[in-house]
Design a protein around this ligand. Structure first.
Ligand code: MOS
Length: 748
């Protein structure tokens, strides 16, 4: 494996091109085969009954009625559910949750599966499930943060972040000449990928094939294998296309385990696809938070303290919390920093990571608090942030691997026209009499790497096959990753065949944490480089080659030729080298990860600045986001078109967070009242006009060999605060709960 610190990747002409998606035509023509499009012969359809109470016990199911329905073949309940070999409360992989798989009759949240029906048709399965007509013993449900006592978060692990404290926090509070103490609330939000969770499971002895959308193919195989007591290699997972994942498709889930179990029981393939309503419960969500921020400044408006206490919901049976207070750990240079996390156990499904977990919710509160602090100090919000700019990581003093945030501020502000902003609120009316406001927010997202493997095969005909189980969940990974692979082999895109999305391929790691292009791309680049190294060695040993005797100088490929690294005068044609060597395929293997010692040396983040304009009807208080400019620095950009799409998508998520999304529980039953896309609002095109993305140039020699930081999540991070702050600037009303609604402004 190349040392990611000392061997920066060489790129050719493919990286940097704004290519369209390789999978685009297949998707828009319907040719792309999504998991639930598969219907093997002899298929059974599964439908499960979601609990309609949030806490209590199932006392009766009318199994006889369901079994009597034409087409129904199996009714699976806690009473007859076949055993699982693995413990459902065990967390097998890094991305595992405790799941509910009919292990008992207890209801822990609304939407929990309480029975599964198999039938010859989906209609019969659905009707069979309805006929079960569950009866319950109901206990009062707790679904709001104030309905249970806060507890310390459990021991540190995935989803249970440690707190952090740097400097003397009490002294920081005492030294402040001005201070604020504000609490912001963010609601529960549910991943609503266009494609709901699905699986088609088919057993062959103790081997199973799963057509299932997955953000983490090989890790999921290990997870499912555990529950069924089989080796991971006995699970084949095909996930060529995802209709969105956003974090919720990285984990084995209860409904999917049940469908696989059902297929084993029935001895026939089983298909399960969640309904939209079923997405609200057993497959994760962004948990609600309440965040108290105490900020203080000295006479120069330098932060003496940044004190962020997060309170977040989790379920009664698992531990994941939204790590919101993390957002305050790495951004502003405060004299003292504190971030703490507490949890509240509620009768809800376990929360999980949802696009920009922690940062989205935490930065929403932090960026609004920064705006409030700037207002109190009488400073322009951008000027206030610049006064508290961190040149090294706050608290630790580590250098940044790179940080072009200042350039993001400058370029974003210039494009937006920020300099003309009046300091006071409620100063701007447009020509139609709309209250107009401008706000901004800073964005930060860490750039983690996972581990990935890849294989590259150069064929004698000059084409190449590259392979990794990496997954394109709609973000464009197949295209960006292919660009990286083609460059590593010195080939044009049309010579490249790219196989991905199948667990039998080399483990492409996790499409998550905004780290997929860096990680899977790193592995692909290493695999291609391995091929070129082998070709170079062959040529070096070949008296007929211009590279003869080049030894182990190192080789790079470009335009179908192999060059001595650093000596452009010496090269040979790839086809010629291969022909002389007998025209055999050359196979290269590569892997990528970030060694801990590399990770420890630098703080590594993507950064950005988002500027937003809102217009608000002075009588009706209808809110429109009319303009947003986001400037982001995220290292090397492999594909500008797809990067812009990712960042813009993030900004739309920010709009959604600020103004639209909220799961509302019925306080009587604990059920989510708006578990559908009619009541659970997300922006439509009319809500997101005037978006502009700037990518700020940034070279990062440390983050990984490719210099890639990741763009999947950061776009949403600064956007929430920018919009909320613009609403304050338009109206003079500070709303401290999300989403911000008309009635919040009328009341104000
Ligand atoms: Mo994302 S929440 O890392 O899929």
């Amino acid at each position: 494996m190349p040392d990611t610190l000392t061997s920066p990747a060489r790129f050719g002409s493919n990286a940097g091109q704004p290519l369209t998606r390789r999978d685009g035509i297949a998707k828009v023509t319907g040719a792309a085969n999504f998991a639930a499009d598969n219907s093997p012969a002899n298929l059974l359809h599964a439908f499960y009954v979601p609990a309609s109470i949030a806490r209590g016990r199932v006392t009766h199911l009318d199994v006889a009625a369901a079994e009597a329905h034409t087409g129904v073949t199996h009714v699976i309940t806690p009473q007859n559910r076949p055993p699982l070999q693995g413990d459902p409360s065990e967390k097998v992989t890094m991305f595992s949750f405790r799941i509910e798989v009919l292990q008992d009759d207890t209801v822990r949240y609304a939407g929990q599966p309480i029975a599964m029906v198999l039938a010859e048709t989906l209609e019969a399965a659905t009707e069979g499930a309805r006929l079960l007509n569950p009866q319950y013993e109901v206990e009062p449900a707790r679904t709001a943060l104030d309905q249970n006592e806060p507890i310390s978060v459990p021991p540190q692990g995935f989803g249970t972040p440690a707190g952090a404290e740097h400097g003397d926090v009490a002294a920081g509070h005492a030294a402040a000449v001005q201070s604020i103490d504000v609490t912001y609330e963010t609601p529960a939000q549910y991943h609503n990928a266009m494609e709901t969770h699905a699986v088609v499971a088919e057993w062959d002895g103790d081997k199973v094939t799963l057509d299932m959308p997955s953000q983490a193919l090989n890790m999921s195989c290990a997870g499912y294998a555990y529950f069924f007591g089989i080796p991971a290699e006995n699970v084949t997972l095909r996930s060529p296309y995802l209709g969105g994942g956003f974090g919720s498709k990285a984990f084995p889930t209860g409904p999917q385990v049940l469908a696989i179990l059902a297929a084993r029981l029935a001895g026939r393939p089983v298909k399960l696809m969640l309904t939209r309503q079923q997405m609200f419960g057993p497959v994760g969500h962004r948990g609600a938070t309440s965040q108290r921020l105490r900020l203080g400044v000295d006479v120069d408006a330098a932060l003496t303290v940044l004190d962020h206490e997060g309170l977040a919901e989790t379920s009664t049976f698992d531990d994941f919390i939204e790590p919101a207070a993390n957002a305050s750990q790495g951004l502003y240079a405060a004299g003292a920093l504190k971030s703490v996390h507490r949890a509240v156990r509620l009768d809800v499904g376990t929360p999980g990571p949802m696009r920009a977990p922690g940062e989205a919710s935490g930065s929403a509160a932090l960026e609004c608090a920064m705006d409030e602090m700037a207002e109190l100090a009488g400073l322009d919000p951008l000027e206030f942030r610049l006064r508290n700019y961190a040149d090294t990581e706050p608290g630790t003093g580590r250098p940044y691997s790179s940080k072009a945030l200042r350039e993001c501020y400058e370029q974003g502000a210039a494009r937006f026209g920020w300099a003309d902003r009046p300091l006071e609120p409620r100063q701007m009316l447009d020509k139609n009499g709309m209250l107009t406001g401008w706000g901004m927010g800073t964005a930060l997202f860490p750039c983690p790497m996972f581990a990935a493997d890849a294989r590259a095969t150069l064929r004698a005909d000059g084409t190449a096959l590259v392979e990794t189980s990496a997954v394109d969940m709609g973000q464009g990974a197949w295209t960006a990753l292919a660009q990286i692979a083609a460059d590593s082999l010195g080939l044009p895109m049309e010579k490249l065949e790219f196989h991905a999305g199948h667990s039998a391929l080399p483990d492409g790691g996790v499409a998550g944490g905004s780290g997929h292009t860096a990680t899977a791309g790193g592995a692909l680049h290493a695999a291609g480089s391995d091929v070129i190294r082998q070709l170079g060695e062959v040529a070096s040993n070949d008296p007929g080659s211009p590279l003869h005797g080049a030894g182990n100088a190192g080789f790079v490929a470009r335009n179908g030729r192999v060059y001595v690294e650093g000596d452009e005068s010496r090269s040979d044609e790839i086809a010629a080298i291969m022909a002389r060597a007998g025209s055999l395929d050359v196979v290269g293997n590569g892997s990528a990860s970030r060694p801990p010692e590399v990770a420890a040396k630098h703080a590594m983040n993507s950064h950005g600045a988002v500027f937003a304009e809102v217009k608000i009807d002075p009588d009706l208080y209808q809110i429109r986001v009319t303009r947003m400019v986001g400037a982001f620095a995220a290292g090397r950009i492999i594909n500008p078109r797809l990067t812009e799409s990712q960042l813009m998508g993030g900004m739309i998520w920010g709009t959604s967070f600020a103004l639209h999304e909220e799961a509302k529980h019925d306080p009587r039953t604990g059920r989510i009242m708006n578990a559908n896309l009619a009541g659970y609002h997300v922006p439509v095109n009319a809500d997101v006009t005037g978006l502009e993305v700037i990518t700020v140039h940034e070279d990062d020699p440390y983050v990984n060999a490719l210099g890639i930081k990741g763009v999947g999540e950061i776009g949403g991070v600064g956007s929430v605060g920018a919009i909320a702050n613009a609403i304050w600037h338009a109206t003079g009303t500070r709303v401290r709960r999300f989403p911000i609604r008309i009635e919040d402004l009328i009341r104000g």
